[in-house]
Ligand binder design. Structure first.
Ligand code: ASP
Ligand code: MG
Length: 454
């Protein structure tokens, strides 16, 4: 069996869904388990509906919902017209779309909305897309079973940012997939969504469909996991900022995880962990250009040493924690990091000297409480509007000239922090936010375009 995950742009409209179905059609012999995202931008709309409900703007919420419904009904109509063999036996699917939207409407009309209700509303996007695709596939003659991901992906009770319960998932997903396959040629389920042990709706966090695919892949011992997106695999940098990027044919699980953690949007940061546990190869592929070989993410020993890719975080803060008491004492670090943990603020980069610790955090995190508590036992300074550029690759210490390339690129910039992790997977620098793009381009040039590094 293989897992094939299709992201929002691969199921955005009838044309994208048609392409996606032909890709799956070509792989029926490998027994595909499809995991799909909501059609692109739909999840954003659903979050918007929730905010509008909270702001008591029922009328506007209704408008957004109506537009959402019309978009999905429109996709069915377009599929009926363009996807010749589909036919127009669409009463059932149109009724299903209406029924899903009706559930959301109840909340607009005043039904109480707890966190798990929000999860229910937001998961509608994946329910809608997966139902429409299952309809189209069956009409096309591919016997496809629609499976509710909530029967497989069991999570904790953190409804909107839930963590999967691995022990439950393993047994459940395998059983559900095996039994659902009986009499069918393909299975389709939803990414991003799960259920708690009590059966209440939960979500794996934004972009979580990649993670779902990997979790399900691990649970069913898939032969491979394919992440179908709208770019030709992973590149040496974000092509929206850097011209002349290079495609990467192979990456290790560790490199890809580091890349995703440090800002790259191609994959959800937790995706590779389950796949790596079972050593299942993960392929990042382009549904708009399916013949491109994309990027294979494999075990460490399958990948050569050296720099693979640059990633960045656009808006971070640097927090400097200084205390003379740190010198020759024990337990200062613990106190500092316990404070971060108490406030649930996650730290990215770290560097330290005899009397200070410097860390970076994402700007979206609320650090007021941490700062107040840290200030009780140290001097704290926060630098805002900074950005991080990371160079990622296996065994970076062997990449001769790497630091020369970085420093040559930053001659005109201030570097607020340098951090190299101890497994030599990443080297990161922090610069002023407005300079990030220029620094990124120059480092890319020095490393990948001028051919100085190996
Ligand atoms: N639809 C969800 C989101 O937009 C999950 C995903 O696409 O991976 O975040
Ligand atoms: Mg995604």
């Amino acid at each position: 069996m293989i897992v094939m995950k299709f992201g929002g742009t691969s199921v955005a409209d009838a044309a994208a869904i048609t392409r996606t179905i032909s890709i799956v059609e070509g792989k029926l012999a490998q027994k595909p388990v499809m995991v799909v995202s909501a059609c692109s931008k739909v999840t954003d709309c659903l979050y918007k509906i929730i905010s509008l409900i909270e702001e008591k703007k029922a009328e506007e919420a209704t408008q957004v919902l109506e537009a959402l419904k019309a978009r999905h009904v429109g996709i069915v109509t377009d599929l009926n017209e363009s996807f010749v063999e589909v036919g127009d036996n669409d009463e059932e699917i149109t009724a299903k779309i209406a029924q899903i939207c009706e559930v959301i409407n109840d909340y607009i009309l005043g039904k109480a909305m707890e966190a798990c209700d929000k999860a229910l509303i937001i998961s509608s996007g994946e329910y809608l897309s997966s139902s429409i695709i299952a309809y189209a596939m069956n009409m096309r003659g591919i016997k496809t079973n629609w499976v509710d991901a909530r029967r497989m992906v069991i999570t904790d009770d953190d409804y909107l940012q839930a963590a999967p319960l691995m022990n439950q998932l393993g047994a459940k997903a395998k059983k559900v997939v095996t039994s659902s396959y009986e009499g069918h040629e393909a299975i389709i389920t939803q990414g991003f969504i799960g259920a708690t042990e009590k059966g209440l709706p939960s979500l794996l966090g934004r972009g979580g469909s990649d993670y779902s695919a990997s979790l399900i892949g691990m649970a069913i011992d898939a032969d491979r996991i394919e992440i179908w997106t709208d770019v030709d695999g992973v590149r040496s940098a974000d092509p929206r900022i850097v011209k002349n990027t290079k495609g990467l044919h192979k990456l290790s699980y560790e490199e890809a995880t580091e890349m995703a953690r440090f800002g790259a949007k191609v994959l959800h940061p937790l995706t590779l962990e389950p796949a790596q546990q079972k050593n299942i190869p993960v392929y990042v592929l382009n549904s708009m250009n399916p013949t491109n070989e994309g990027t294979a993410i494999l075990c460490r020993s399958c990948v050569f040493d050296g720099i693979k890719t640059l990633s960045y975080k656009e808006n971070i803060r640097v927090i400097n924690i200084y205390s003379m008491k740190m010198i020759n004492t024990v337990g200062f670090m613990e106190k500092v990091f316990t404070t971060f943990a108490d406030h649930k603020v996650s730290v990215d980069l770290l560097s330290s000297s005899e009397a200070s610790i410097t860390v970076t955090v994402e700007a979206s995190q609320d650090v007021a409480g941490v700062i107040a508590d840290l200030s009780k036992f140290s001097d704290v300074k926060v630098d805002r509007d900074k950005a991080q550029v990371s160079i990622i690759g296996k065994n970076l210490i062997g990449a001769r000239g790497l630091l020369a390339a970085v420093f040559a690129a930053t001659i005109d910039s201030k570097i607020y922090m340098i951090s190299q992790d101890t497994t030599y997977l990443n080297l990161s620098i922090v610069v002023d936010r407005p300079e990030m793009a220029v620094v990124l381009k120059k480092i890319h040039q020095n490393i990948f375009e001028n051919g100085n590094i190996y």
